[in-house]
Each structure stands twice: as structure tokens, then as C-alpha cells.
Design a protein around this ligand. Structure first.
Ligand code: MLC
Ligand code: 5AD
Length: 689
């Protein structure tokens, strides 16, 4: 499948606005290009909703309370990877990741602590949860109930967008087929019992983070929205009723005009889509969105410059008319936000709301020929992509075959090549590099302590609960899955009697097993952008060895951020190296076994979750081979030395160019392979052959 090309976006536009008068359309009226509400921020400023979560419920609760007392207006929960994937903290596969990239929630007791002292009838809460959506929604509902807040009083949003998990974010559990049933169970339950709660946040953000351009992000998001509507209709769900609580989530990158146009076009396209489904409610047609500034646009070097990037991206969100906003922290490329960086990110929004006046005008870009034309270009692009997707069999077929993932991966490769060739300049990364870097405060996550605490709490929970009631509730949940009933009420029953998140998911995976999506890695002509000399040196080394070099690349643990790992696989293959790429979620044992099977010249491990020391310590202790180990990911400088001490040859982070990586790998390989060749020669001499 080919992507259409977008009419020129940087410069003069060639696509004339479809309706020359579109800029005169009233605000707050379909098709809502000029904003979902008549008076927009004059009536209600956007919600300041910073996404956060780390360690245990207690620590995150303290963070939430502080943010609310400082003036944040909504909450947004980041869960840790074991919770996303439905493993309790005491599960073997969870050990390294507990409380690292979000808060660990194992049961309703943790959820109660998370919102202790926060009135759930008053503060709206977003929860980014997809894979383990059933038990997490159930924990939220039961925790609120025990706080005295009935489901119909709860306001907030559950992400519940599984399609984008298969395409880009990778925290899915079951097959797409089973998961689509879960999505509609949650939507149907919310619309019946939680009228103030948004039952989905149809997300594009993760597509852009994985490599998609803003226009591809929009096209895939709208294609998913259409697929969900079609699915709900087939399930007999009343669209007129549910559509008004389907919300959206977009990323904001550095292509300023494109981002503003994207948000305007999104509203038009949703309104048009609902017309297609014959939905009449104006409220449903009014697309409501949350936006988050981009993580990938931020640099590791000169991190304070990231405050400027985030501010510009946030302004695009405000000009585009977002309802809710997260501004990223400047230390993003190094670790989870430190307290200092979180404060700057939060206060950036206060400055935008209170000092600049940019929210005083509704749709300030409306009527600009450039902006109307850019908006129209976006609309045309999405329409063409939609036709292409349908011709190829539709979203569900392309999700199952992995083709949409490949589409994004291709754009990520192109971006990597553009940065290498300096066609895309990033200040401090590939140009205007600064020799000194400002000192950084860094959030250190007490993951081991959190693991101990969570395990202790789980043991206590299991001692005091009624085991018989838990067993019966889990059996009922499993039976409901078999007979295809709505699983929400059964999960709520199980959570109420203190079944854990992991136990609920285990009951379901016994019925519909865990799933691993197919993975394809495209080739790309990286060598044309590297120093010719280095390319030649790889060829020479390989001919000296009289065989191709062999590499293993893997992601370890529960972290599914595979953009970087896949770029490296393509780079190495283009250098003539044979590369095995393990499926995501590889365990330490998977790496050891794979290494025992094949004599690799190098092993590259990608870890973005912060669990690098945990994994690498064990791998370097257990591995038989003497081949060099390379590590890439979000690795603070202070950990680099530790990794090198425990046996890692080189640590690569976001600041390294592909040329740097190629040179560094070569230098290590040349030494390592020579040792191998010499040892082989010595053995031959000793054996007298
Ligand atoms: C708002 N209202 C107005 C108005 N503005 N009424 C009249 N005039 C105006 N100008 C009304 C709304 O209709 C609504 O009423 C109420 O005020 C609340 O406003 P809202 O605009 O709906 O705001 P909010 O409650 O904040 O909801 C925003 C949202 C929601 C609809 C986009 O879905 C949301 O908060 N999403 C956040 C998602 C999120 O944080 N995701 C994080 C992902 S991080 P009523 O009657 O309708 O209630 C992630 C990263 C990763 O994914 O990978 O891990
Ligand atoms: N706390 C705060 N922000 C987080 N992000 C991810 N996890 C957390 C967390 N636990 C942010 C980062 C990342 C984006 C997906 O969300 O900005 O790029």
C-alpha cells in the first residue's frame, strides 16, 4: 500500500479550501473545523492534565495531590508495564518492571490508595489502559464505590483503544478478535452506567511517536475510529448513544502548521464520519480531544532547549482547539520526569493560560489561506488513505497482518535517514552541538523497593480475602468469556471480592490465550548516508572472516517501544550483517537460549523502561558467549559506567547518530572477531591440523 503525498505543507499550499467560506463557519457548529464550542477557552480553559505515575500507589497519590494543589485541573494515570500486560507485581516476568514507567496496581486496594483523599466525584481522571482494561476499570469503579461515589457520578476517560496497541504501542494481551469484544464491553458498560465517562480515547499520539508523520497519524486514527464504529454497529450497540463519549488523543510534534491543521481537520472528519453512520446528535459530532506534546522531538543533549520545543508544540494544541493538554518534561530523553522538570512542564501551561492571551481568540488561524488550505490537504490525505486501506481489506485485516505497523516503521526509517543526511536538522543533535551539557536532576525509581512492597501487599490481601468467593467469581468471569457475555460486570464482581488484576487476566488468558503480533522489518538504504569508508570496512571485515557478521538484536522485558531497535536492525542489515530480531517481550532466558543456538558476533539489547541494570546484570552473568554486548535506550549517563563495568561494550542513547553507532560497533567487532580468529588458529595449531 502506498501513502498519498500531502500537498506541499512547508510553504505555499496548492490545495484550495473546499469551501472558500469555511473560515466563516460558526464556531461550535458542525463540521466544527473552527472549534467544538462557540466560546472555547473564553468559557472554559483547556484541562491541564499531566500524565504521571511511578512506584506504588502511595507515591503516585502524593504526586497527584501536589499537582492538584499547584493548579493542575485533571488527573491522568500512567500504569507500569506489568499492570498493562496483566501480570501481578509478584509474577516472575514482572520483577524488573514494577513501578518503573508508571504506578503498580495489583488490586482494588492499590486503586483506593491511589485516589485516597481525592474526591472522584469532583476530579476527572484519565486512565491510559488498554490490554488490562477490564480489571483496571473494575478497580476504579469499586474504589470509587467504596469512596462513596457511584459510577454515574464519575467523570474521566479510559483509553480503551486496542487497535493502536497492535499498530504501535504494544501493550496488548489477547488476539485482536477477542480484544475488540473487550473494547465494546467497556463501551457498552460505560454508556449504560457511567454517562459522564468517556469510554474511549481513540489515539494517534503513539503513531507519531513510533515514526508517523502528523498526516499519517491522523489517517490511521480516523481509520481506527471508523473500524470501531463499524464493530459497535455489528455488536448492536446504539451508536447515537455511545458516540458522544468517544474522545480522541493526538500528538503534537514540531511541524507547527501541520499540527494546527491536523486538529482542525480531525474535527471535520469525525463530523463527516458520523454523518456517514447517520448519527444526528450534534454533541456526538463534536470531536473532543486531549493532546500531548511529543517525546521523540526532545533531545538528550542541551535538555533545557526542550522547554522551547514543548512550548511551541503546546501552542499548536491550543491554536488547534484541544480540550485537554499534557506538556512533556524537558528531561524526557534521560528518565521519567524529575520533580523540577515536571514543575516547569506544568507551569508552561499556566503561562500559556494566564500570561499570553492566546486562548482569548477562538480558532485564531481560521481564514488564513495557508491554514485553510493545509486543513483541506489533511482532509484529502485522510480520505485517500482511507480508500487505500479499504482496498487492501480494511483496518482489522491490516492490523492482523502487521502492514500498518510496517507503514509507520517505513516513515521512522526515512526520518532516521533524513536526520543522518542533515535533511532534517535537530539543534544540539545533528547540528549546533554543544560541548557542555547542563547538569541534570534525575528521577530515580525505587523499583526493587516497590516490588517488595507490592509482593507484601499481595500476600496480605490473599490471607485476608474469602478464597472461595474469589474462585467462584473468577470461574464466572471465565464462563462469561466462553459464552461471550459482557465481561465488565463479572470483572467488577471478581475485583470486589479482592481478586487481583493478574488473576482476572489469567482467567481470561486461560480462555483466550496471550497473543504475539507478526513483525516485519523493512530494508532501507542507510549506507548511502554513512561515511563511505565505514561501509567499506564492514565489507573488508566480512571478507577477512570469509562469512557475514552475525548479530542478535532484542528488546528485553515488558517494554514494547521498538522504534529504535527496528531502525538498528535495518541499519545493520544494510551494512551486510545477518541479524536475528527476537519478538518483543524477550526474557533473559530467551536471550541466553538464542545465544547458545547461534554463534553471534554481537548482541544488541534495547531497553527504554529504565530496567537496564537489572536485565544486563543477569544476562552478563548467565551468558556463555564472549561476544560483545551493546545496549541502547533511555540510559542516564550515571548508569553508563555501571553498565560498562558489568560487561557492556558500548551504550547507545538518543544522542548517537547512526554513523557514530556504525563506527563504534565496527571498532568493537574488529577486536572481538580477531580474538575469535586467533583463538581458532591457536586451537588448530594445538590440535596439529
Ligand atoms: C468544555 N465544556 C464546555 C466548554 N469546554 N462547554 C461549553 N463551552 C466550552 N467552551 C464542557 C464539556 O462539554 C464537558 O461537559 C465539560 O465541560 C468538561 O470539559 P471537556 O472539554 O470534556 O474536558 P475534559 O473533562 O478534560 O475531557 C477532555 C477529553 C477527555 C474529552 C479529551 O477524553 C480527556 O480528558 N482525555 C484525556 C486523555 C489522556 O489524558 N490521555 C493520556 C494518554 S498518555 P460534559 O457535560 O460533556 O462533561 C499516553 C502515553 C503513553 O497514552 O503511551 O503511555
Ligand atoms: N510519568 C510521566 N510521564 C510519562 N510518560 C510516559 N510515562 C510517564 C510517566 N510515568 C510520558 C513521556 C512519554 C509519553 C508517552 O508519556 O512523555 O514520551
Amino acid at each position: 500500500m502506498k501513502a498519498p503525498s500531502l500537498a506541499k505543507i512547508e510553504g505555499v499550499y496548492s490545495v484550495a479550501p473546499e469551501t472558500a467560506d469555511s473560515w466563516r463557519d460558526a464556531h461550535g457548529k458542525a463540521p466544527f473545523v473552527r472549534g467544538p464550542y462557540e466560546k472555547m477557552y473564553q468559557q472554559k480553559p483547556w484541562t491541564i492534565r499531566q500524565y504521571a505515575g511511578f512506584e506504588g500507589a502511595l507515591e503516585t497519590n502524593a504526586f497527584f495531590k501536589r499537582a492538584l494543589s499547584q493548579g493542575q485541573t485533571g488527573l491522568s494515570v500512567a500504569f507500569d508495564l506489568p499492570t498493562h500486560l496483566g501480570f501481578d507485581s509478584d509474577h516472575d516476568l514482572a520483577a524488573a518492571d514494577v513501578g518503573r514507567t508508571g504506578v503498580a496496581i495489583d488490586s482494588v486496594e492499590d486503586m483506593a490508595v491511589l485516589f485516597d483523599g481525592i474526591d472522584l466525584g469532583n476530579v476527572s481522571v484519565s486512565m491510559t489502559m488498554n490490554g488490562a482494561v477490564l480489571p483496571i476499570m473494575a478497580c476504579f469503579i469499586v474504589a470509587a464505590e467504596e469512596q462513596g461515589v457511584a459510577p454515574d457520578k464519575l467523570s474521566g476517560t479510559i483509553q480503551n483503544d486496542i487497535l493502536k496497541e497492535y499498530i504501535a504501542r504494544n501493550t496488548y494481551i489477547h488476539s485482536p478478535d477477542f480484544s475488540m469484544g473487550v473494547v465494546s464491553d467497556v463501551v457498552a458498560y460505560c454508556s449504560a452506567h457511567m454517562p459522564r465517562f468517556n469510554s474511549m480515547s481513540i489515539s494517534g499520539y503513539h503513531f507519531q511517536e513510533a515514526g508517523a508523520s502528523p498526516e499519517l497519524e491522523l489517517a490511521l486514527t480516523m481509520a481506527n475510529a471508523r473500524a470501531y464504529l463499524t464493530h459497535f454497529q455489528q455488536q448492536g450497540i446504539d451508536l447515537e448513544f455511545v458516540a458522544k463519549r468517544l474522545s480522541f488523543f493526538f500528538g503534537l510534534g514540531m511541524s507547527f502548521y501541520k499540527e494546527v491543521a491536523k486538529l482542525r481537520a480531525a474535527r471535520f472528519l469525525w463530523s463527516e464520519l458520523l454523518d456517514e453512520f447517520s448519527i444526528r446528535s450534534e454533541n456526538a459530532k463534536r470531536l473532543k480531544m486531549h493532546c500531548q506534546t511529543s517525546g521523540v522531538s526532545l533531545t538528550e543533549s542541551s535538555p533545557l532547549n526542550n522547554i522551547v520545543r514543548t512550548t511551541i508544540e503546546a501552542m499548536a494544541g491550543v491554536f488547534g482547539g484541544t480540550q485537554s493538554l499534557h506538556t512533556n518534561s524537558y528531561d524526557e530523553a534521560i528518565s521519567l520526569p524529575s520533580d523540577q522538570a515536571s514543575k516547569v512542564a506544568l507551569e508552561t501551561q499556566f503561562i500559556l493560560q494566564h500570561e499570553t492571551g492566546i486562548g482569548d481568540v477562538v480558532d485564531p488561524w481560521g481564514g488564513s489561506y495557508m491554514m485553510e488550505s493545509a486543513t483541506q490537504s489533511m482532509i484529502e490525505y485522510v480520505r485517500t488513505m482511507q480508500k487505500n486501506i479499504e482496498t487492501e481489506g480494511g483496518v482489522l485485516a491490516l492490523v492482523a497482518s502487521g502492514q500498518l505497523t510496517t507503514f509507520i516503521h517505513r516513515q521512522a526509517l526515512q526520518t532516521a535517514m533524513d536526520e543522518e543526511a542533515l535533511n532534517k536538522k535537530i539543534v544540539g543533535k545533528n547540528c549546533y552541538q554543544s560541548p557542555t551539557s547542563s547538569p541534570q536532576h534525575q528521577r530515580v525509581i525505587a523499583s526493587d523497593k516497590t516490588l517488595l512492597q507490592q509482593s507484601k501487599k499481595l500476600a496480605q490481601l490473599k490471607l485476608k480475602r474469602d478464597d472461595g468467593a474469589v474462585k467462584r467469581a473468577l470461574q464466572a468471569l471465565q464462563a462469561a468469556a466462553r459464552s461471550k457475555q459482557n465481561l465488565m460486570p463479572f470483572t467488577i464482581d471478581a475485583i470486589r471480592v479482592r481478586a487481583t488484576v493478574g488473576e482476572c487476566i489469567k482467567a481470561l488468558t486461560d480462555e483466550a490465550s496471550r497473543y504475539l503480533k507478526p513483525e516485519y522489518i523493512e530494508s532501507a538504504p542507510f549506507c548511502t548516508h554513512l561515511d563511505a569508508d565505514i561501509v567499506k570496512r564492514y565489507q573488508t571485515l566480512s571478507s577477512q572472516l570469509d562469512r557475514p557478521l552475525r548479530f542478535l538484536i532484542a528488546k528485553v522485558g515488558l517494554d514494547g517501544h521498538d522504534r529504535g531497535a527496528k531502525v538498528i536492525v535495518s541499519l545493520l542489515r544494510d551494512l551486510g550483517i545477518e541479524v536475528d530480531y527476537l519478538p518483543i517481550f524477550a526474557s533473559i532466558d530467551d536471550i541466553i537460549q538464542q545465544d547458545a543456538m547461534c554463534p553471534y558476533d554481537g548482541i544488541g539489547l534495547s531497553i527504554l523502561s529504565g530496567a537496564h541494570i537489572h536485565f544486563i546484570t543477569q544476562i552478563t552473568q548467565k551468558i556463555r558467549t564472549d561476544c560483545p554486548i551493546f545496549v541502547g535506550g533511555v540510559i542516564p549517563t550515571s548508569d553508563k559506567n555501571t553498565l560498562e563495568k558489568i560487561g557492556v561494550e558500548v551504550v547507545f542513547t538518543a544522542k548517537h547518530s547512526l554513523n557514530d553507532i556504525a563506527i563504534s560497533l565496527y571498532d568493537t567487532l574488529v577486536v572481538a572477531t580477531k580474538i575469535k580468529v586467533n583463538r581458532f588458529e591457536n586451537q588448530r595449531i594445538m590440535k596439529g591440523c
